[in-house]
Design a protein around this ligand. Structure first.
Ligand SMILES: Cc1cc2nc3c(=O)[nH]c(=O)nc-3n(C[C@H](O)[C@H](O)[C@H](O)COP(=O)(O)OP(=O)(O)OC[C@H]3O[C@@H](n4cnc5c(N)ncnc54)[C@H](O)[C@@H]3O)c2cc1C
Length: 536
């Protein structure tokens, strides 16, 4: 992973010609970009932890697994949102005081104990792909920050092929999990766009949702058990496929964002590797017609694995990206549908979905559009780097609501983005797709591109604030799958209420009385540390 951008440096690329033409037409003249500096040019304003702290941590994990080097600290300096990447282009930056790599659950517990004794904040670090500020090196009331990188806690622990349930270490990356399961004929089926780097612990901590969610559900729906090390003890949760033994404590840690403790193992349901994968592409006259068609499929439950609908603007940009500028200028919306599983069952599901989509006014399109979406689906983050390098601001955000409220929400968010960016003097284009569907509603995923000037960070923060207000006022969720982090924390109370916030604070106070666990995330930087046992 690049410290100042996304992914494998070898996979980085420039802007495709079609995109350049479209950008010039939409955004006009773009000022020259501020290039990402070399690491050596950056001043890291937060010092490394002192020798005594480092020695205490090294006594737990071994000196080879404690790193105060500049590169390691900058690789753990934050997540991969566009504001994170813009901060990585600045001359002065903050970073954690040390990176620590525990090799066992006992070492995790011992690191938390040392951190508590020495008043050090601990930020759990999985794949580093967070996009809502949950990896900010925020020390809170403490002396410094330990980035707790879980990469050594990786691999398959057990696979029960009868129950179709697997336990994996939390630091296992998604590709490593699929590879280990695939060797035994199974698959997890969680494919977020951050698939290449994100970890199972990160998915659980953030309540992630992948592109196959129509078929296999969100990540939190896949989780059947967790092991979590907290500053006050270990929890081993989830012992039966269904239980009425009080409130479900597993759910308390899904979305806990490292603020309650460290997830060390994740138990998930898995399924046999699909025998066939059947791709279809569809077009609809407009977004309203397309969304109605997706609603009918989700409510009837015909069983696609992937079901996504791009709005008119996103459809045009996707076509321009593959060089089809002529078609890109025509109006209409495209949908991608995938059915998979055992051959006969997948075919039967595909036929049922096809009937519904046709009845809803859909027209079948070339299958290659869906196949090319599948081939290119992890490449968009590389394109964002190319856009930033060319001075084009590009960011994504997401939310969810009921089908009844979907179009009002889309209008509200698109309006807040367009108006906010116009107030900042920027030309922009807002793209949107339905990314995840449920019988009762769907998630909307927005991509914004704008000519926001040479220093877009502060103007974008103002725009994002307006958008978050618009989402909340529209009655939608502040996040369907990117989580709360530090960025959405000020909007959490409006979503869960004052009592809900007190419940979260009470649990944190019980599990993390000194407030060392990820002080900036979930509950926000204002959360005061509380003595154990004193909620409220
Ligand atoms: C280009 C891009 C595309 C993305 N696409 C999607 C998408 O399609 N769907 C989606 O849901 N998300 C997406 N994301 C967001 C991100 O990938 C998810 O939030 C993911 O779950 C983070 O996993 P991670 O392992 O990288 O966690 P990190 O980024 O390392 O950490 C995320 C948060 O979880 C905490 N944490 C991590 N591991 C643990 C642990 N073991 N125990 C306790 N706390 C922990 C961290 O402290 C932090 O607060 C995308 C991000 C990017 C940059």
């Amino acid at each position: 992973m690049r410290w100042s951008g996304w992914g494998d440096p070898g996979a980085a690329h420039g802007l495709p010609g079609g995109v350049k033409l479209l950008l010039a037409a939409v955004l006009g003249r773009i000022p020259a970009a501020r290039p990402a500096p070399d690491l050596a040019e950056v001043t890291v304003t937060t010092p490394p932890l002192d020798d005594a702290d480092v020695a205490a941590l090294a006594s737990v994990v071994g000196a080879a697994h404690v790193d105060v080097g500049r590169e390691a600290r900058m690789l753990h300096a934050g997540g991969k949102s566009t504001p994170d990447l813009l901060r990585r282009r600045q001359a002065e930056q903050v970073a954690p005081g040390v990176v620590v790599l525990p090799g066992s659950e006992d070492e995790v517990a011992a690191v938390l104990a040392v951190a508590g004794e020495r008043s050090l904040a601990v930020v759990p670090f999985g794949g580093g792909t967070a996009v809502t500020g949950g990896l900010e090196p925020d020390a809170g009331a403490h002396r410094g920050v330990v980035s707790l990188d879980l990469r050594r806690l990786a691999g398959l622990v057990t696979l029960d092929t009868t129950a179709q349930e697997a336990t994996l270490w939390a630091g296992t990356t998604a590709p490593a999990a699929e590879s280990a399961l695939g060797e035994q004929g199974f698959e997890l089926g969680h494919f977020p766009q951050s698939f290449e780097f994100a970890t199972l612990g990160g998915f659980a901590a953030m309540r992630s949702s992948g592109q196959s969610s129509a078929g296999y559900g969100r990540f939190d729906a896949m989780v059947t058990g967790l092991r979590v090390v907290t500053p006050t003890g270990l929890l081993d949760l989830g012992r039966a496929p269904g239980s009425a033994a009080g409130p479900d404590l597993v759910r308390w840690f899904l979305g806990s964002e490292g603020a309650f403790g460290v997830i060390t193992q994740v138990r998930v349901r898995v399924h046999p590797t699909p025998e066939v994968r059947l791709f279809d592409a569809w077009t609809f006259g407009d977004f309203v017609a397309g969304a109605d068609a997706l609603r009918r499929v989700a409510q009837l439950g015909t069983g696609p694995t992937v079901l996504r609908l791009s709005d008119e603007d996103e459809t045009a940009v996707s076509l321009a990206q593959v060089g089809n500028l002529g078609k890109a200028l025509a109006r209409g919306c495209s949908a991608v549908v995938l059915h998979e599983g055992p051959d006969g069952l997948a075919q039967a599901r595909r036929e049922a979905t096809t009937r519904v989509l046709r009845e809803a006014g859909g027209r079948p399109a070339a299958e290659k559009l869906a196949v090319s979406w599948d081939h290119g689906r992890f490449k968009a983050p590389y394109l964002r780097d190319a856009l930033l390098d060319n001075g084009v601001f590009c960011e994504t955000l997401e939310t969810a609501t009921t089908w009844s409220n979907l179009h009002a929400l889309k209008t509200a968010v698109t309006g807040a983005l367009a108006d906010g960016l116009a107030k900042e003097g920027a030309k922009s284009r807002v793209l949107c797709h339905v990314s995840h569907v449920y019988p009762t509603g769907a998630s909307l995923y927005f991509t914004v591109i704008a000519g926001l000037g040479v220093d877009p960070l502060v103007p974008w923060e103002r725009v994002k604030h307006r958008v978050n207000d618009a989402i909340t006022a529209a009655g939608a969720t502040i996040s369907h799958h990117h989580g709360v982090g530090a960025d959405h924390a000020p909007w959490l109370e409006q979503e869960i209420g004052e009592v809900g916030l007190r419940m979260l604070r009470a649990v944190k106070a019980e599990l993390d009385p000194a407030g060392i666990m990820n002080p900036g995330a979930l509950l926000g930087p204002t959360t005061p540390p509380r003595p154990a046992g004193q909620g409220g």
